[in-house]
Design a protein around this ligand. Structure first.
Ligand SMILES: NC(=O)c1ccc[n+]([C@@H]2O[C@H](COP(=O)([O-])OP(=O)(O)OC[C@H]3O[C@@H](n4cnc5c(N)ncnc54)[C@H](O)[C@@H]3O)[C@@H](O)[C@H]2O)c1
Length: 393
C-alpha cells in the first residue's frame, strides 16, 4: 500500500487529495494521505472537508516520515525545487505541480537526482489527461494528419485583468521570473509537444506587462515582497506571444492572464497535409477534424459526450493514475504513461527560459533538441494495452 504526503492544501492540493480518494475507491492500493501547509487555516479546511487530521505546518518533517512513499508538491512555484529535492534525497517518489521549478537549472538537478535514485518523478501537466487530447496525439503520431505543416494555439485567462487583483504568482519570489508563460505557456508547450511528438528548437518571443501597477491586498501575508497594501510595480508578464520552429514544422501561440471575460480558454490546432485537427477547452471532449467535420463521427468515444461534460477532474485522475501505475510497476512501464516525467518538466522550463531570453534580447533563441523517444510512433493499440499491475487504466 502506498502512502502519500500532499504539500500545499490550496486549490491544487485539495484536488490532489480528492483525486487520491477517488483512485483509492477505484481499488488502487493508496492509503489516506498526510497533508502539510504552512497556513493553519488551510489545514483546518482539509480537516473539515476531507476529515484528514494527520497534518503538519512543517513540510520537511512531513516528507521525512518513514511511512511516506510519495510526495505531492502543490505549493507556489518557487518552493517546488527545495521540496522535490528534499523528497528525492529521502527516497520518496515525487508528483509535482507544474512548473517543475522556476528555471531549467533547478529542473536539471531534479532530473539527475531522480535518474540516480530510480524514483518516479511526475509533473502535473493536466491537459495530457483529457481523452480528446489522447485521441489527438494518436491521430498525429499514427500519421493520420499526413505531414504536420504547422501548430497554432493559445491559452488565455481574464482573472488578472483588474489592477485590484493580487496573487502570489505576481511576486517573482514566489511565482518565479516568468508568470503568464510559466503558468500557461508551460502547459501549452508541453501539450503541443505531447500531441505532435516535436518540441521547439528555435523561438522568438514578445512578453509584456499590461497592468503595470497592482493593488496588493492587506490580507496577503504569504508574499515575501516588502510592500503591503500598496501599489506594487509589476515585473512579470501578463501577456506573451511566441513563434517557434521544431525540426519539422513552425508554430505560434499566445498566452494572457488579462483577457477580460475569458475564464480559462486553451486551444491547440495542428494542420497537416492530409487533415487538420483543432481542440479547445471550451468544448473539452470534442476534437474537430478538417476538411470533413463528419470526421468527428469517426471518434465515437468523443462525439458521444456532451460539450459541457466536465473533463478536468477525469484528466487529473488519469494523470495521477498513470503516475501511480509507474510507481507501482517500476519505471520500465513509463513508455505507456500519460503523465509528464521530470525530463518533460525540464524541457518545458528550458523553453520558458528561452522565451524570457528572447523577449529580453529581441532575438531568436536556439533550444538544444531533445529527442522525443517516448513519443516515438506508437499505434493506438500499443498505447492503450499493457497494464501488468492490474491497476486500472
Ligand atoms: N495542473 C494545473 O492545471 C494547475 C492549475 C492550477 C495551479 N497549478 C499549480 O499548482 C501549484 C499551487 O497552485 P494553487 O493554485 O493550488 O495555489 P494556492 O495558493 O491555492 O495554494 C498554495 C498552497 O500552498 C501553501 N504554501 C505556500 N507556501 C508553503 C510552504 N512553504 N509550505 C507549505 N505550504 C505552503 C499555501 O498556504 C496554500 O495553501 C502552483 O505551482 C501552480 O502553478 C497547476
Amino acid at each position: 500500500v502506498i502512502k502519500a504526503a500532499v504539500i500545499g492544501a490550496g486549490n491544487m492540493g485539495r484536488q490532489h487529495i480528492a483525486t487520491l480518494r477517488a483512485l483509492a475507491l477505484e481499488g488502487l492500493p493508496i492509503e489516506d494521505c498526510v497533508v502539510s501547509d504552512n497556513e493553519i487555516a488551510a489545514l483546518s479546511r482539509v480537516a473539515e472537508s476531507f476529515g484528514i487530521t494527520d497534518t503538519s505546518p512543517d513540510w520537511i518533517n512531513t516528507i521525512s516520515r518513514d511511512d511516506i512513499d510519495v510526495v505531492h508538491i502543490c505549493t507556489p512555484n518557487s518552493t517546488h525545487f527545495a521540496i522535490a529535492k528534499a523528497a528525492l534525497l529521502r527516497g520518496k517518489h515525487v508528483i509535482c505541480e507544474k512548473p517543475l521549478a522556476v528555471n531549467a537549472e533547478e529542473c536539471a538537478e531534479l532530473v539527475a537526482l531522480a535518474a540516480e535514485s530510480g524514483l518516479t518523478g511526475a509533473v502535473c501537466f493536466t491537459y495530457r489527461g483529457y481523452e480528446a487530447i489522447e485521441r489527438a496525439r494518436r491521430l498525429c503520431l499514427d500519421g493520420a494528419l499526413g505531414d504536420v505543416h504547422m501548430v497554432r494555439g493559445g491559452f488565455v485567462q481574464g482573472w488578472l485583468a483588474s489592477a485590484m487583483r493580487w496573487d502570489w504568482r505576481i511576486d517573482p519570489s514566489l511565482g518565479g521570473p516568468s508568470r503568464a508563460m510559466a503558468d500557461l505557456g508551460s502547459h501549452w508547450l508541453d501539450l503541443a509537444t505531447f500531441v505532435t511528438g516535436e518540441s521547439p528548437i528555435r523561438l522568438v518571443a514578445d512578453l509584456q506587462v499590461i497592468v503595470r501597477h497592482r493593488r496588493r491586498q492587506l490580507d496577503d501575508t504569504r508574499s515575501s515582497a516588502q510592500v503591503h497594501d500598496a501599489d506594487v510595480a509589476v515585473t512579470t508578464e501578463d501577456y506573451g506571444s511566441v513563434m517557434f520552429q521544431t525540426d519539422r514544422f513552425p508554430g505560434a501561440f499566445t498566452v494572457s492572464q488579462v483577457s477580460k471575460g475569458y475564464e480559462n480558454t486553451f486551444w491547440l490546432e495542428v494542420d497537416g497535409s492530409e487533415a487538420s485537427l483543432s481542440w479547445t477547452s471550451e468544448e473539452p471532449t470534442r476534437l474537430r477534424l478538417l476538411p470533413s467535420n463528419d470526421a468527428i463521427d469517426a471518434l465515437p468515444s468523443i462525439s458521444g459526450h456532451g460539450n459541457t461534460e466536465p473533463a478536468h477532474e477525469p484528466a487529473i485522475q488519469r494523470i495521477l493514475r498513470s503516475a501511480y501505475r509507474e510507481i507501482w510497476n517500476g519505471l520500465e512501464t513509463s513508455s505507456q504513461s500519460v503523465h509528464a516525467n521530470l525530463a518533460d518538466g525540464l524541457r518545458s522550463a528550458q523553453l520558458v527560459d528561452a522565451v524570457l531570453k528572447s523577449a529580453a534580447t529581441h532575438q531568436w533563441i536556439s533550444v538544444p533538441s531533445n529527442a522525443p523517444e517516448r513519443y516515438a510512433f506508437q499505434s493506438a493499440g500499443a498505447a492503450s494495452s499493457a497494464n501488468a499491475s492490474g491497476i486500472p487504466d
